[in-house]
Design a protein around this ligand. Structure first.
Ligand SMILES: [Zn+2]
Length: 251
């Protein structure tokens, strides 16, 4: 299985052990620094830690960790030249599978500028982007995200993540990939399965988003196993277990 969105840097090695035994072979770690950022160098260090250290730590527990890096909306600073330079280098060197997670949270000016600049970089370099949608004011912020995305980037490069039952109508008819995050306080296994059985399995990726917030490192295997117990078709289960993510990120 592939868990398409985690935060390896904020989790224990015991989690990785559990995930591997639970059937996770590959995970994508996204960039988000959970504390206050005082300067660009803090975020650069955070990015290099994920890239150079967390990948090795996961590997020692059997998990192939792929990396997505970018400026999370809550990590937005006024000046980001150093980070953009690093992102460009990492994209050129094929060191990251996506720019992410990026997006909007409070709709501040800095957030919007950073978001647009990262979408433009992704579009120019044909890089995938993982876009976060917030817990608060999800629909309002999602509408803003959608309008900026549609004017900035090829929608086929875009994953809109943390989509739930209430807001799915806003994205289902677009060419985006849709991320379903099964996490305590966000969405349970049943809601994820009801979305998949209603809208089909082709355009969805599953993830746990394990982070500093309440999380379940086994939420992807639990969702997959529940679908198996329910007797859903193996072909469909395979798509969200790993095949969609493998094909989309070319991993
Ligand atoms: Zn996340």
């Amino acid at each position: 299985m592939i868990d398409s969105h985690i935060h390896a840097d904020s989790r224990s090695s015991e989690d990785f052990e559990k995930m591997f035994v639970g059937g996770i072979d590959t995970a994508i770690s996204c960039c988000y620094y959970p504390y206050k950022i005082s300067s660009e160098s803090v975020l650069v260090n955070h990015m290099l830690r994920i890239l150079n250290f967390e990948t090795k730590r996961c590997k020692s527990y059997g998990i192939d960790l792929k990396v997505a890096l970018g400026i999370h909306p809550t990590n937005s600073l006024k000046s980001n030249n150093e980070i953009f330079k690093l992102l460009q280098q990492l994209i050129d060197g094929k060191k990251i599978v996506a720019i992410g997670e990026i997006g909007l949270e409070e709709l501040t000016n800095d957030e919007i500028i950073n978001f647009k600049n990262q979408l433009e970089l992704a579009d120019e370099t044909k890089t995938k982007v993982i876009i976060h949608t917030p817990r608060k004011n999800k629909l309002k912020v999602l509408k803003e995200i959608k309008s900026i995305v549609l004017e900035s980037i090829d929608p086929k490069l875009v994953i809109i993540d943390h989509i739930n039952q209430e807001v799915i109508g806003e994205v289902i008819d677009e060419k985006f990939m849709i991320g379903l995050t099964v996490q305590p306080q966000k969405m349970d296994v049943e809601e994820a399965i009801s979305i998949l059985t209603k809208y089909g399995f082709d355009d969805f990726l599953l993830n746990s988003d394990i982070s500093t917030k309440p999380s379940d490192p086994l939420s992807v295997p639990k969702t997959i196993r529940t679908m198996e117990k329910m007797g859903l078709s193996e072909k469909n289960i395979t798509k969200v277990a790993f095949a969609n993510a493998k094909k989309y990120f070319k991993i």
